[in-house]
Ligand binder design. Structure first.
Ligand SMILES: NC(=O)C1=CN([C@@H]2O[C@H](COP(=O)(O)OP(=O)(O)OC[C@H]3O[C@@H](n4cnc5c(N)ncnc54)[C@H](OP(=O)(O)O)[C@@H]3O)[C@@H](O)[C@H]2O)C=CC1
Ligand SMILES: Cc1cn([C@H]2C[C@H](O)[C@@H](COP(=O)(O)OP(=O)(O)O[C@H]3O[C@@H](C)C(=O)[C@@H](O)[C@H]3O)O2)c(=O)[nH]c1=O
Length: 293
């Protein structure tokens, strides 16, 4: 029976990958604090012990604003995938690695979607460190799939939707500004996990864009989520300039899943259909989780 290692197994995507791969072989999850996979020796020792035939790397440093000032971001986003890819290359294992829309600058004219063939040119430390991770993977092994996803939300862990729900529930009636000039494709981590499984099962290699079909703004996303939950909200659309953050974020990070479509592997539906399904399945639990904070 093949062994499948899921890294970042306690995170948002990793926990959904554990479930999605559960009937694909013997699944092993790894996360901090058990092993720091950005440490080369610790990573090697862990993989030598587990001996996976497939590695699905969901581990990363995902606090985008913190990346601007914390060099640990480069450990999690460049060194960690490099260590995994070197081990996979030397041991013949297949590596599925997850990357981000933030490797692009966001200056492509609206609303043209970004193809896999386009040149990344990140505008944030997070994006630069993730691009360095992609490059390390491609240099260390041939048997890899890099899946670039965007605007993830899911049942486990933290995400933008939970933040906006928390702000609303903790401050009823209060207005919140939400950026309405950045466009992307919100993606449910469970659907991404299924897309990763489809790519791995097909042993398809190369770079894949992997986000929901269609696009919206952060304001559209927050409003749709709260509407679907039937919770009154007072979100006010604003420009990026009116909501300053330490990190500049891409204006257009709409991804086109061209590679997966060409191989007949794309499973994503429209972002709104995906969000509605997420709310049907997990809405009540998410509200309870946020109310308990
Ligand atoms: N979240 C999003 O909106 C998006 C995410 N992505 C990418 O998708 C992937 C999954 O993201 P998501 O599930 O949201 O991320 P999470 O932050 O929820 O999970 C990442 C996991 O990796 C673990 N981890 C971090 N550093 C190490 C390390 N050195 N050794 C071992 N484990 C480590 C974290 O542990 P701990 O929590 O203890 O630090 C955490 O459990 C990442 O590659 C991310 O860059 C791409 C686009 C959008
Ligand atoms: C909390 C909040 C955020 N915003 C804005 C800030 C920003 O432009 C946008 C999203 O903010 P967040 O900080 O939640 O999301 P951010 O960390 O930028 O999300 C990114 O995470 C990484 C890991 C990725 O790879 C990306 O695909 C993307 O999902 O919403 C508001 O406008 N109002 C608010 O009240």
């Amino acid at each position: 029976m093949q062994k499948i290692l899921i890294t970042g197994a306690g995170g948002q995507l990793g926990s959904d990958c554990l479930r999605t791969f559960s009937n694909a072989g013997e699944v092993v999850g790894l996360d901090l604090p058990e092993v720091d996979l950005s440490d080369r020796d610790a990573c090697r020792a862990a993989l030598d012990r587990i001996k996976p035939g497939i590695v699905v790397n969901c581990a990363a440093f995902t606090a985008v604003d913190v990346c601007e000032t914390d060099p640990s971001c480069w450990k999690g986003n460049r060194d960690l995938p490099k260590n995994l890819a070197e081990w996979c290359g030397a041991n013949g294992a297949f590596l599925a690695h997850v990357s981000t829309d933030y490797v692009f600058p966001g200056d492509k004219p609206l609303f043209q979607a970004l193809e896999e063939s386009e040149r990344p040119n990140p505008i944030s430390e997070y994006g630069r460190s993730k691009l360095a991770g992609e490059q390390a993977v491609t240099e260390a092994t041939d048997r890899f799939a890099i899946l670039r996803t965007a605007w993830l939300y899911g049942a486990n862990g933290n995400n933008f939707l939970k933040t906006m729900l928390r702000l609303t529930l903790q401050h009823p009636g209060k207005t919140f500004k939400v950026v309405n000039d950045q466009y992307g494709s919100p993606t449910w981590s469970m659907t991404l996990a299924k897309q990763i499984r489809a790519v791995v099962d097909a042993e398809a290699t190369g770079i894949f864009h992997a986000s929901s079909e269609g696009y919206c703004t952060w304001y559209d996303l927050a409003s749709s989520f709260l509407d679907q939950l039937n919770i009154e909200h007072h979100f006010v659309p604003c420009t990026s300039d009116e909501f300053p953050t330490p990190t500049k974020r891409p204006q257009n990070s709409i991804l086109e899943n061209g590679h997966a479509k060409a191989l007949g592997l794309n499973i994503f539906k429209d972002w709104k259909t995906e969000l509605d399904e997420f709310v049907r399945m997990h809405g009540e639990t998410v509200i309870e989780e946020i109310r308990a904070l």
